[in-house]
Design a protein around this ligand. Structure first.
Ligand SMILES: C=C1C[C@]23C[C@@]1(O)CC[C@H]2[C@@]12CCC[C@@](C)(C(=O)O1)[C@H]2[C@@H]3C(=O)O
Ligand SMILES: O=C(O)CCC(=O)C(=O)O
Ligand SMILES: [Fe+2]
Length: 358
């Protein structure tokens, strides 16, 4: 039985105030506990891109003959890109959006019946990274790992099976797409399946696993002072994100500041996660991103967080390490990395970095 994400935080309990989750719709003013300043997050006020900024992450057509190189370039420069012609039916994206809207539209009391436990991964609550900030985020989330059946039964006693079917189909499509994207990106560096031992051993993707994170950013009375989801990198190999038609996702570039990722109907956003940064020996950037909120429109997003089975050791592909240097990172399992992230948050990558002799 492979080690599952479900168990990852068993020894890492976290106390988050899910049960104090407000009914956002009833708040006419931003409570002080939700008002962010640069003191709460040093990047809070970092150069926001002007609304007219022309530069943003590329939109790549997966049917384009040069898609692999375009993806490789985007992974090296932005650590993120959008994709069109990805093969996931629009009707399935609409079903997932409908499910997400229905879930967060339930009364808070009902959602709390499926609250995430202190040592668990699945369920309703605030994002795990909330524990690293003094201020609260203007959002609510629901995480799915493994079967959502138990949680969904609590949320929708009557029609949970329909919702389970949507999740199952979505995850099936996403896992194939994620694998395709990973190989396109690696191929652009000259890396093939022969070079990645753990992926070579199984052809059916059984080396991989995923979590699905549903996010809801309600309408906010003072969006400029609020934060939907604070700046973070994902701990994944890749994350595939569906966003509804309301802007809010921003990615950070040292040279440009925060750049908004405009929603493009039918397309999906792809983020390079920390494990892909490690695997590529630092060539691909894991993108720092966050979600801002909106005064007139609620925002929804669905993140497919994809990585290897918890006990597979990920280390830089030898082909990408110069013979004169040691690999940039030591090897790490997803379990170990998530636990390091749960304790050290944005210092996690530097904690597994090999320090080179000067
Ligand atoms: C697999 C995972 C990645 C994640 C932690 C988790 O165990 C399940 C939730 C994921 C999520 C989603 C929102 C942002 C994030 C940083 C968080 O707090 O929970 C990510 C975690 C991550 O990528 O580290
Ligand atoms: O809502 C978004 O656009 C970002 C969500 C996100 O970063 C996440 O779920 O990890
Ligand atoms: Fe994220």
């Amino acid at each position: 039985m492979p080690a599952m994400l479900t168990d990852v935080f068993r020894g890492h309990p976290i106390h988050l105030p899910h049960s104090h989750q407000p009914d956002f719709t009833s708040l006419r003013e931003l409570p002080d506990s939700y008002s962010w300043t640069p003191k709460d997050d040093i990047l809070f006020a970092a150069a926001p891109s002007p609304p007219t900024a022309v530069e943003t992450i590329p939109l790549i057509d997966l049917d384009h003959p040069d898609a692999a190189n375009q993806i490789g370039h985007a992974c090296r420069t932005w650590g993120a890109f959008q994709i069109a012609n990805h093969g996931v039916p629009l009707s399935l994206l609409q079903d997932v959006e409908f499910l997400t809207e229905s879930l967060f539209g339930l009364p808070v009391k009902r959602k709390l019946k499926a609250a995430r436990s202190e040592t668990g991964v699945s369920g309703y609550g605030v994002a795990r990274i909330a524990s690293f900030f003094n201020k609260q985020m203007w959002s609510e989330g629901f995480t799915i790992t493994g079967s959502p059946l138990n949680d969904f039964r609590k949320l929708w006693p009557q029609d949970h099976l329909n919702y389970c079917d949507i999740v199952e189909e979505y995850e099936e499509r996403m896992k194939k797409l994620a694998s395709k994207l990973m190989w396109l990106a690696l191929n652009s560096l000259g890396v093939t399946e022969e070079d990645v031992e753990w992926a070579r051993l199984t052809s059916d993707l059984s080396w991989a696993q995923a979590a699905l994170q549903l996010n809801h950013y309600p309408v906010c009375p003072e969006p400029d002072r609020a934060m939907g989801l604070a700046a973070h990198t994902d701990s994944t190999l890749l994350t595939i994100l569906y966003q509804n038609n309301t802007a809010g996702l921003q990615v950070f570039r040292d040279d440009l500041g925060w750049i908004t990722v405009p929603p493009v109907p039918g397309s999906l956003v792809v983020n390079v996660g920390d494990l892909f940064h490690i695997l590529s020996n630092g060539l691909f950037k894991s993108v720092l991103h966050r979600a801002r909120v909106n005064q007139t429109r609620a925002r929804l997003s669905v993140a497919f967080l994809w990585g290897p089975q918890s006990d597979i050791k990920i280390s830089p592909v030898p082909k990408l390490v110069s013979p004169l240097e040691s690999p940039l990172y030591r090897s790490v399992t997803w379990r170990e990395y998530l636990q390091t992230k749960a304790t050290h948050f944005n210092k996690a990558l530097s904690m597994i970095r090999n320090h080179r002799e000067e």
